[in-house]
Design a protein around this ligand. Structure first.
Ligand SMILES: [Ca+2]
Length: 534
């Protein structure tokens, strides 16, 4: 019995059946890798009304730093309101946890091994297609405001946008000098003060100009915050200074490697990306975390201002608003200070969506969704078919279904993650990870080190590496086979490489055992020779 037959027998409403059928077709179309085309062809879905969409992205916002999730430091009333008025996609991930690769996946709908933006140092390869190009081709109005960050070389308008307001690379919280400028549609304009409210004002201006109700619009508002150097807006600065903070249990310093941790992980603790030498400063992770949450307040205000503007324009209920972070961030988890790795706190992101006319308030979506799904989702909401070359799947229809139907839908059962080593930050190796609903397997490629297997249901903080236990050998093998099978099916069996560019951060603090490398995992150590040769 097909899903559609199943749905028909229960005499579901016509709208629900249409949604289910759409998901079936989308899922079936994902069977093989289709090359990226050389031209943009926007194909409209018959009988659908294009919807306006606002996509708000923040930088390095970790999945749990929202007050409705009970976070001890974050204050996010507007994110909380989005969750209440719409859906919280509680299992949202990025396929590579790093600014440029994740942004490239959002804009292309492709895994990193296909778009090949593997670091933050350079522009996208020639021939890259961004999904707003399809929206523009369909006659919709598109705007990009904020951080682009694929390459530091220039801030010129990129294809797919009618309105452009952006800066080179990471951008700046405050203009570094009077000569500093931002690119507004090819014109140089000064940065007027602290960045987050400035980007918000530009977003509101863009929305105000969308007065033609027959021309749908797409706004991509991409915040610079809350990337380091964590710099709050003056009204929020030091507001969390006296708040109590506890380090996560996984930050405990281990004196040996009896727990079979990867050597690279133990070494990374004393590095630019480790809690003992964070960003090569002597500062505490606690102070960094508080400033990060203070800077997040302005991003939250920005969401509130955008939602308020949609209300003013009378289009609040029918406009789809999506909020997400480009990657997670660790403040002491596993002894680390950054993202890049496949651990949950790094690869999970916050994601919220609202569209009150079709999405029930307070919905919680359990399905694993990802950055590669944004392009198909926005395209579906705007009445366009997903181009066949994209890896992601639309979750727009998923969010509209009642919980009971949502649970029976075909959806991805395993989530694939990839990170590629770069010389700038040599402490994080190339690795591939597969996350199922119970087990997560991660392999570190090209290192003499231990892989990891976690039961993420029983051990969500990934503290007990099961990979060397004989009773998990079959599960490890199954996960490994599935990982390489998926990589082969999706076109990921070649490792993308770049020549080195930019500074290398490879220093360690001597007085924190900096001259010593970590112990080998206990499972690698034997006391007697293993073989005798005659
Ligand atoms: Ca980022």
């Amino acid at each position: 019995m097909t899903l559609f037959e199943n749905a028909s027998r229960r005499t579901l409403p016509a709208h629900t059946i249409a949604v289910l059928l759409t998901i079936c077709l989308v899922t079936l179309a994902d069977a093989q890798v289709v090359p990226v085309p050389s031209t943009v062809t926007a194909v409209r879905k018959e009988g659908t009304k294009p919807r306006n969409v606002v996509f708000i992205l923040s930088d390095d916002h970790r999945y749990d730093a929202m007050s409705f999730m009970g976070h001890p430091l974050a204050k996010t009333p507007h994110m909380d309101a989005m969750a209440k008025n719409g859906a919280h996609l509680k299992n949202a991930f990025v396929t590579t946890s790093l600014c440029s690769p994740s942004r490239a996946s959002i804009l292309t709908g492709l895994y990193t091994f296909r778009h090949r933006v593997i670091d933050n140092q350079r522009a996208v390869p020639e021939g890259t297609l961004f999904f707003p190009q399809y929206l523009q081709k369909a006659g919709y109005k598109t705007g990009f405001i904020g951080k682009w960050h694929m390459g530091h070389a220039n801030d010129n308008p990129r294809p797919g946008f009618d309105y452009w307001f952006s800066f080179k690379g990471q951008g700046k919280y405050y203009p570094p000098g009077p000569q500093y400028t931002i690119n507004e549609n090819g014109r140089r304009v000064p940065q007027d003060g602290y960045i987050t409210p400035l980007l918000t004002r530009k977003a509101i201006e863009f929305l105000e100009q969308q007065t033609d109700r027959d021309q749908p619009f797409f706004l991509y508002l991409s915040h610079k915050a809350v990337h380091d150097p964590f710099t709050p807006e003056p009204q929020y600065k030091d507001s969390l200074q006296d708040q109590l903070f506890e380090f996560p249990t996984s930050s405990e310093l281990l004196k040996n490697n009896l727990k079979n941790r990867p050597r690279w992980l133990l070494d990374q603790r004393n590095s630019w990306h480790g809690m003992d030498f964070a960003l090569h400063t002597g500062q505490s992770v606690e102070g960094f975390y508080k400033r990060y949450c203070e800077a997040l307040r302005s991003v939250d205000d920005s969401i509130g201002a955008v939602v308020e503007q949609l209300k003013k324009m009378g289009i609040h209920d029918e406009t789809l608003v999506i909020y997400m972070g480009d990657n997670g961030f660790m403040f002491g988890e596993h002894g680390l200070f950054d993202k890049r790795v496949a651990y949950e706190t790094s690869s999970r992101v916050p994601m919220l969506m609202q569209c009150p006319s079709i999405i029930e308030g307070g919905s919680v979506i359990e399905q694993v969704v990802a950055n590669i799904d944004i392009a198909p989702t926005v395209m579906q909401a705007m009445g366009l078919k997903k181009p066949p070359h994209m890896d992601g799947q639309s979750f727009f229809a998923l969010a509209q279904l009642p919980l009971a139907q949502r649970k029976t839908l075909p959806w991805r059962d395993y989530f694939l993650y990839a990170y590629y080593w770069e010389q700038n930050y040599p402490q994080t190796p190339t690795h591939f990870s597969l996350r199922g609903d119970q087990y997560k397997y991660t392999t570190y490629y090209g290192l003499w080190d231990t892989d990891e297997l976690f039961d993420i249901r029983a051990d969500p903080m990934e503290q007990n590496n099961l990979i060397h236990l004989p009773k998990f050998a079959k599960i490890k093998q199954k996960m490994q086979d599935r990982l390489y099978g998926m990589m082969a099916d999706l076109g990921g069996m070649e490792i993308p490489m770049n020549p080195p560019r930019g500074r290398q951060q490879n220093k360690r603090l001597r007085d924190r055992d900096g001259v010593k490398a970590a112990d080998f995992p206990e499972a690698f150590i034997v006391d007697e020779p293993l073989r005798a040769i005659e």
